[in-house]
Design a protein around this ligand. Structure first.
Ligand code: AMP
Length: 289
């Protein structure tokens, strides 16, 4: 049965009891408004642990001025039912008073990785993410935590933070779950009008095109970038924020010939909704499925 916990004290009590019985804890942090992508992470956590903890917290420090903090979609009761059906054991829904006590001064910065890609347009975003994830790791003390490759830069930043700060947790990445037309599932897809929803499939279409070109022998980074830019440029309602081809661990831009494991990253605004997606040039991808 799923336990809903709102306070840090209650969370600690339950987790201490589980740990005293030698149970392994798996953890999936989210901002709620759950979809199949989130649920796939829950089942991965299940495979690695005896008890699964999910958090729902729309973390204010990862939103910049003018971003969608106030209108971010929320549906706690719907989420609770999905999490219960997925077989998780504890849902933690903390308050901002507890997560950021008045006068909080400590923030975590993963310096280089946070400046690239999404960090250019969202300069304080990853500091907010790293800080809240570090706090949640201290509270939950999971053995395993699962993050989606949908937010690949975030996944790499968490991995770096875990190494640098020696958190005793194994980080597992989950594949991107997609809609039938290829659009990566996201809570923010709820913002799209039907016409924008059609336009939004250009991100996955561009990634597919680039993977096809690479498989056909095109390895030049500039040519691959141009192909993706041209595909998205065909959509009048799509505004490119960045299209980059990066080395998968450092996220540094690929120069010259690309390798199969290099990844293409896209951030595109459709109307006022900012969408992101990414894929490796070759190898398994849910784009093929
Ligand atoms: P969010 O609620 O957007 O903060 O996401 C919570 C977690 O779910 C993060 O680790 C995301 O990377 C992951 N996630 C979001 N969308 C997807 C998706 N379509 N497929 C797989 N994981 C996802």
């Amino acid at each position: 049965m799923l336990v809903l916990v709102r306070s840090v004290d209650e969370l600690r009590t339950t987790l201490q009891m589980w740990r005293s019985h030698g149970l392994r804890i798996g953890f999936v942090p989210t901002m709620g408004y759950l979809h199949e992508g989130h649920l796939s992470l829950l089942s991965m956590a299940r495979n690695h642990a005896d008890r699964v903890v999910v958090s729902i917290y729309v973390n204010p420090t990862q939103f910049g001025p003018g971003e969608d903090l106030d209108r971010y979609p929320r549906d706690l009761e719907g989420d609770r039912q999905k999490i219960e059906q997925a077989g998780a054991d504890l849902l933690f829904v903390p308050t901002t008073q507890e997560m950021y006590p008045a006068g909080a001064q400590t923030y975590i910065q993963v310096r280089e990785l946070s400046l690239l890609l999404c960090g250019v347009d969202r300069p304080t975003h990853f500091q907010g993410v790293a800080t809240v994830v570090a706090k949640l790791f201290h509270l939950v003390q999971p053995d395993v935590a699962v993050f989606g490759e949908k937010d690949y830069q975030q996944l790499q930043i968490i991995r770096q933070m875990v190494r640098d700060l020696m958190f005793p947790v194994k980080i597992v990445g989950g594949e991107i779950v997609r809609e039938p037309d290829g659009l990566a599932m996201s809570s923010r897809n709820a913002y799209l009008t039907p016409a924008q929803r059609q336009t939004a499939s250009c991100l996955s279409a561009a990634l597919r095109l680039v993977r096809w070109a690479f498989a056909s022998g095109e390895t030049n980074a500039e040519t691959l970038l141009r192909l993706a830019t041209h595909r998205i440029g065909q959509e009048p309602d799509a505004q490119i924020q960045y299209i980059e081809l990066c080395e998968p661990d450092t996220l540094l831009a690929v120069q010259g010939a690309a390798k199969p494991e290099d990844r293409m990253f896209l951030a595109v605004k459709v109307g006022s909704t900012r969408l992101i997606d990414n894929a490796p040039l070759m190898g398994n991808s849910t784009l093929d499925g």
